[in-house]
Design a protein around this ligand. Structure first.
Ligand code: ACO
Length: 430
């Protein structure tokens, strides 16, 4: 808290509120409107939280104008170059990079919580064969609360940590099981001699009849994608996790709610939507028509993978992933015509005044789907992949929330626009 204040005065009533300024270590300051309603009779209206900070947080910093993304102070570019997903998960949760012994213990703990209970495995049989894997993941993650009563006491820091580790460990197992069930293949157990991403790829693609040949390029690419998607401060799904968390709900319920929020096409569902859009456009020659359609507000069509609520210059993750996209496709020997469509679309939109004026740039999801496709991951699984990575951020925020002493239940206000008070009318008089 700084000693500055912002004074808001209602000229009509001459009532004022002196609102304390709250400044973080970086970024724009805010003023605390907690007393506004009591002092002036007003509260604030901010749909979409365009100007409202709902919490203080030390996990991730974004400067949307400068294209900066820091996890615990470390630039995403440096983490992408030097770190790995599990180390990043440790960093997000604990606030510091681990020493070698700390990392070894964390990796051991995650590795030894990868199994699903056998009865949870059977749970998948209850779904229709063509269920969307996000639906199965959301249900399976929520159901973990029914299995792990020893990590439901959210007042106990050790139980909170255990739940966080379980979620990071089991997400790939659940995700791969959802995929395998949807294609009618037997669900695989996690191989704990493999690293996090290789283990996931093994559970996804291994068949009982022959040994799986896995390219190290695939696991490396996945690891980098997971780093880039691990956290993004108070985005819709993380805010959902925090809102549900503010009620004291268990961590599995909170993360299941986060998965639900991530599913929407305006959020994590965009990577799936990008691939569908590129396939619909079909070839580079049809890009111009698609751009025109996206500019026409009556068409109901937007360029998926373009624009971002916070990044109005460029998405630093998109810069990293764009470069990686070409490299991975080259190394895996994939020649994907959709990449040509993507490149043409990117160039057309970046030159078009509509997109330039509105600062609509390709976001991280514009490229991630193309890489997932090259790795053999089916389109319906793209948002699930995002959910695996984002679990690290969700649990980091959930843990932080429960370490905050003055935490309150999240309860937004509203501007009521319905009917004024009126009397009930009997059915025969309506
Ligand atoms: N294609 C065409 N026009 C667009 C697009 C787009 N992708 N995105 C925004 N616009 C236009 C809007 O129509 C609006 O135009 P107007 O000023 O003439 O009315 C203007 O740009 C601002 O758009 P808003 O919707 O107000 O921007 P907001 O910050 O609320 O939305 C969002 C951001 C949801 C990401 C939006 O850009 C969008 O829908 N993009 C496509 C979906 C997508 O890629 N989502 C992934 C986000 S990243 C992530 O979750 C990891």
């Amino acid at each position: 808290m700084s000693d500055k204040t912002v004074v808001l005065t209602d000229a009509a009533s001459n009532r004022s509120a002196s609102l304390p300024v709250v400044a973080g270590t970086m970024g724009d300051p805010a003023f605390d409107i907690g007393k506004l309603n009591k002092d002036t009779g007003y509260f604030t209206y901010d749909p979409g939280f365009m100007s409202t900070a709902a919490t203080k947080s030390a996990v991730t910093f974004i400067d949307g104008d400068q294209g900066v993304l820091l996890y615990r102070g470390y630039p995403i570019e440096q983490l992408a170059k030097n770190s790995n997903f599990l180390e990043v998960a440790y960093l997000l949760i604990n606030g510091e990079l681990p020493r070698a012994d700390e990392f070894a213990k964390f990796e051991h703990d995650v590795t030894h919580h990868t199994m699903m209970r056998e009865s949870l495995k059977n749970f998948f049989q209850g779904f229709h064969y063509d269920a969307h894997p996000m639906a199965m993941c959301m249900a399976a993650v929520g159901s973990l609360a029914a299995f792990y009563h020893d990590s439901l006491d959210i007042a106990d820091p050790a139980q909170r940590k255990l739940a966080a580790i379980r979620l990071i460990a089991k997400m790939p197992t659940i995700a791969a099981a959802a995929y395998r069930y949807s294609i009618g293949w037997p669900i695989r157990y996690p191989r704990n001699n493999l690293e996090y991403c290789s283990r996931f790829l093994h559970m996804m693609f291994e068949v009982p009849s022959e040994p799986l040949q896995m390219s190290p390029v695939a696991a490396k690419a996945l690891d980098l994608l997971f780093i880039l998607h691990a956290d993004h401060e108070q985005n819709a799904s993380t805010s959902t996790v925090r809102l549900v968390g503010s009620t004291g709900a268990n961590p599995y319920a909170c993360v299941a709610a986060g998965i639900a929020a991530l599913w929407g096409p305006a959020h994590g569902g965009a990577n799936e939507a990008v691939l569908k859009m590129l396939a619909e456009i079909g070839d580079a020659k049809s890009v111009g028509k698609a751009v025109e359609r996206a500019k026409d507000k009556n068409s109901g069509f937007r360029l998926m993978g373009f624009g971002h609520r916070v990044y109005k210059n460029f998405d630093p993750r998109a810069t990293i992933i764009r470069e990686m996209c070409h490299k991975v496709l080259g190394e895996l020997g994939v020649n994907d015509p959709l990449l040509d469509v993507a490149m043409e679309l990117e160039q057309a939109a970046l030159k078009d005044p509509y997109f330039v004026e509105r600062k609509l740039y390709p976001n991280v999801d514009f490229y991630s789907g193309i890489i997932y496709k090259a790795l053999g991951i089916p389109t319906e699984m793209f948002t699930v992949m995002f959910a695996i990575a984002r679990t690290a951020g969700w649990v980091a925020h959930w843990l932080e929330q429960h370490e905050t002493p003055d935490a309150k239940i999240g309860r937004p206000r509203q501007i009521y626009t319905g009917a004024s008070t009126r009397d009930y009318v009997a059915a025969d008089k309506r």
